[in-house]
Design a protein around this ligand. Sequence first.
Ligand code: ZN
Length: 374
Amino acid sequence: MSSFAGRMKEYPNMSLDRFDRENLHARAYFLSHCHKDHMKGLKGPLLKRKLKFSLTVKLYCSFVTKELLLSNPKYAFWEDHIVALELESPTLITLIDEASGEKEELVVTLLPAGHCPGSVMFLVEGAQGTVLYTGDFRLAKGDASRIELLHSGSRVKDIKSVYLDSTFYDPRFYQIPSRETCLHAIRGLVQDWVSRSAYHTVWLNCKAAYGYEYLFTNLGDEFHTQIHVKSLDMFKKMPEILSHVTTDRATQIHACRHPKDEEFVPASRLPCGSSASDGTPLNIISIKPSTMWFGERTQRTKVIVRTGASSYRACFSFHSSYSEIKDFLSYLQPINIYPSVIPIGRTHADVTELMLMEKDIQQAQHLHKCLKIG
Ligand SMILES: [Zn+2]
């Protein structure tokens, strides 16, 4: 859960992922993705009023985020103020103080964050140095080295600060199985179940948030079927997802949700009320995507855990593990690291201490490299 207050030390005239309090004075807004904890104040009356009287204030995000946001009528008032940017295409943005006319120029680049549909990181380059705001991210080991715009030529850019998704920045979360590993295991479980009969049905017990689409599209492809969801509204303009979901209940894979009961447990009925049309009871298993982590020394154990006669938990993470974050930071070698999230059960001081340790290690490694070269 992001606790980022919205402003970066280097560029306080822009606000990212927070839209209330002092962020009401921002000259430009940036939204990394459509999760509620990154949208505080975005539909607030004060901001709405500010937009009414402003000619220059814009909200920058990816094309997918724009579609997701505008699929909710509560955000419709943003329509004329949203500027969708292409991924990995540096854009010059001028921040204007509407009272004095004073200008500040920045180059902003959206980089893929691998967290949920439309999610991006913002790379900001300007007079105060190059900074990277990760939003929420799940990057695998080595991914940073493949992002061209983090480099100038063959060298990684000099990054002054990283504002970091530190959800799992804690050695307890040393490794989280890769997305591919988790998908492979879920696919196996689904295959085993749905192949038994047409009455064998799988319910994916997903929370009401974007991020599970990766699961839907891959399972849909694999089993040549569509996944039943409550509504298609939000995917209207995303054909690659839309083609994998349906509101038709006659399918063997469901990700629908009970309209009222959050703790719904299926017996022979699904949350959508569906049961077989000829009266034969359905055989349902539920699979709950959950984050599972493993320590540094523990052997990886199963990514699927059976939690009841017909219920399972399957590993699925939207955020990078501790070792993935360490890999990311040691590759970028930023001067400053600012955590945006406090891991569960930790304090701000714990995270800061870990960050400092990380920097000591990095500096030692750097020195070692320099000595070798010298
Ligand atoms: Zn998120």
